[in-house]
Each structure stands twice: as structure tokens, then as C-alpha cells.
Design a protein around this ligand. Structure first.
Ligand code: SF4
Ligand code: MG
Length: 322
């Protein structure tokens, strides 16, 4: 089947400027050559430490920020080539859920205003129509429609995230990015929100890009998982394959930090050395080499490209693990 989302050679360099004339002295290479495909109906989990470029990648894919280089196709259409009117129409199909959906919103907006806003922007002019749809959406995400005149601060973190989800699905999108959507919630609440997302996926035929910093969250929701390190994708595999046979030392290190419930499946711990280097000045060759326990001289010189190991499993490493 054709991918719903196809990303090719995507880059985002943020200039670092100095002085009165804003002279460019360098670039933060937040996303540095990412290619991937997301298939209809799947959940593509994207993991990596904070600052590795996950959120920037998501914003590029949704064309919320301009790319430095590369292409994104949505449903076969070259997204960056769409004129504004066509892009506005396309926006209905692609939505995002943030970690803190209301951090930047006017605290005097009611839940009805917040969920109804995308409906209004996209042409549902009559308030009565919006109110009906808002009530329906609130029910879909497990909120009592009678609460629609309340304000976000009157809700718990989990309920607020349900409001964010209702807003994201208001226009019947096909593709939803969940950017750390459960990261700040308690574990029990996380599970409820993950169940809700799975539910909605089934009911509405949604495709997700699910971003998290840890592997344990993506494990239970993803079809496939991509691991990012310093702006690059270092491994992509079906979720079970990634957990049973990680090929990149960085993935293995992330996994050995995950509590393994089955004692016989505990692997040898790979402990990450040092801090993540700055994306303004990434290491030459393999970007992971200063922290990799398996680094060889070749790793310091030659950048490993993402290559296929077995069907659906790709890794960017000169010496992948068995
Ligand atoms: Fe480690 Fe070398 Fe593989 Fe990079 S290419 S992850 S340094 S073994
Ligand atoms: Mg982020």
C-alpha cells in the first residue's frame, strides 16, 4: 500500500547568529537528513532523548515550520509545493496533540471555545452546529458534555489531554501527531489516554506519529518504532523486532534502561557514557561514537547510512549488534 506520509531527506538547520548584524556563525542541525514512511492505519513511534529533533521533525512533517531541505508527501501530494489555499484544506487532515495543550491558550476560553475553534476556523459558522459537534466530541473522548462551559484549569491533567484530543479530532483528520502527549501524566492516567488513542484509531481509522522520549510508552501503542539520535534516524523496526533484536547500540542502551518484566529476557546493560553532544557541533562520522562502547576507528570518520538488515528493519551503524 502507498504510505500516507512519506518523508525524504528532511533537514532543519536553525542559524546561530551573533552581533548587531546577526551574522550567522553556525547552525543547529536539529533534523539532519531523515527519511521515513508512515502507512495508513499504523502508529509510528518515534523515540529519543530530549533535544534529538523529534518535535522539530513532527513540525516539519505538518509544515508548521519550513524545512531547510527535503520533501514530505501526504497522501501522494508534495506538501511543500502546495499553494496556501490547498494547504489550508490539507490541514484538516493532519493534526497535533501537544504535551501541554493549553500552555499557550487564553485561560478565559471555555472547553467549548477550545474544541470548537478548529471548527469555526474551517467554516462551521453557526454556533448551534459547533455546540452539537463539541458535545459529540466530548462524549467520544470520555468527557461529560455538560462540562463544556468550564475552563481548562478546572480539569485534571488527564482530562485536559482529553480536551486536546477532542480538539485534534474535531475536523476528522486522517493523521494525528501525538507529541509527548502522555509524558507529563501519571502512569495510571497515561494508560487511560493510550487506551483512548487506540480506541479512536480503530473507530476513526487514524494514523499516528507517536512521539515519546522513552521506549516503554511507545512499546504498547506502536506498530513500528524509529529511534532518533542528534537529528538522525538511527534505527527503524517493527515494534517486537526492535525490542527483541535491537541492532543499534544506542537502541540497546535505551532498552537496557527499560525495566524488563521477564528476568530471562534481561539483556546485558549498555550504559550510556557522557552527555548528548550539541547538535550545533555534532561529532564527525557516526554521531553516537563518543558514547558508543563498540566504536571502532571507522566510526569516527564515516557516517553510517540507514540500511536494511532484514525486511522492515533498518539501522545506521557500521557494526550492528547481532
Ligand atoms: Fe557505535 Fe560505530 Fe555503530 Fe556508531 S557506527 S553506533 S560508533 S558501532
Ligand atoms: Mg519535544
Amino acid at each position: 500500500a502507498e504510505p500516507l506520509v512519506k518523508v525524504e531527506g528532511l533537514k532543519k538547520y536553525f542559524p546561530i547568529t551573533r552581533g548587531l548584524l546577526s551574522r550567522t556563525v553556525g547552525y543547529v542541525r536539529a533534523v539532519d537528513g531523515v527519511s521515513l514512511e508512515i502507512h495508513p492505519g499504523e502508529t509510528f513511534g518515534l523515540v529519543g532523548e530530549s533535544g534529538c529533533g523529534k518535535s522539530t521533525l513532527a513540525r516539519l512533517v505538518l509544515r508548521l515550520i519550513p524545512a531547510t531541505e527535503g520533501r514530505v508527501w501526504f497522501d501522494g501530494q508534495d506538501l511543500f509545493a502546495l499553494p496556501p489555499a490547498a494547504m489550508r484544506k490539507m490541514r484538516r487532515q493532519m493534526q497535533i496533540i501537544f504535551q501541554d495543550p493549553f500552555g499557550s491558550l487564553n485561560p478565559r476560553f471555555t472547553v467549548a471555545d477550545i474544541i470548537g475553534e478548529p471548527l469555526r476556523v474551517h467554516g462551521m459558522r453557526r454556533r448551534a452546529d459547533r455546540d452539537r459537534r463539541v458535545a459529540e466530541l466530548m462524549e467520544m473522548v470520555g468527557l461529560n458534555p455538560a462540562w463544556r462551559h468550564r475552563f481548562p484549569h478546572q480539569f485534571s491533567g488527564g482530562q485536559r489531554q482529553r480536551i486536546g484530543i477532542a480538539r485534534a479530532i474535531a475536523l476528522n483528520p486522517r493523521f494525528v501527531v501525538a507529541d509527548e502527549a502522555v509524558s507529563s501524566l501519571d502512569v495510571s492516567v497515561q494508560a487511560q489516554i493510550l487506551n483512548l488513542l487506540a480506541d479512536l484509531q480503530e473507530r476513526l481509522g487514524l494514523t499516528y506519529l507517536f512521539i515519546a522520549h522513552g521506549l516503554n510508552v511507545v512499546r504498547h501503542v506502536s506498530t513500528r518504532v524509529g529511534v532518533m539520535y542528534l537529528g538522525q534516524l538511527v534505527e527503524v523496526a517493527p515494534v517486537d523486532e526492535l525490542f527483541s533484536h535491537p541492532a543499534h547500540p544506542y537502541t540497546a542502551a535505551l532498552l537496557s534502561a527499560v525495566p524488563v518484566p521477564h528476568p530471562r529476557r534481561r539483556r546485558e546493560r549498555i550504559v550510556l557514557q557522557g552527555d548528548v553532544p550539541s547538535p550545533a557541533n555534532p561529532p564527525a562520522g557516526c554521531r553516537f561514537h563518543p558514547r558508543c562502547p563498540f566504536a571502532q576507528p571507522r566510526c569516527r570518520e564515516e557516517r553510517p547510512v540507514l540500511r536494511t538488515l532484514t525486511s522492515g528493519h533498518a539501522v545506521a551503524c557500521h557494526f550492528p549488534l547481532e
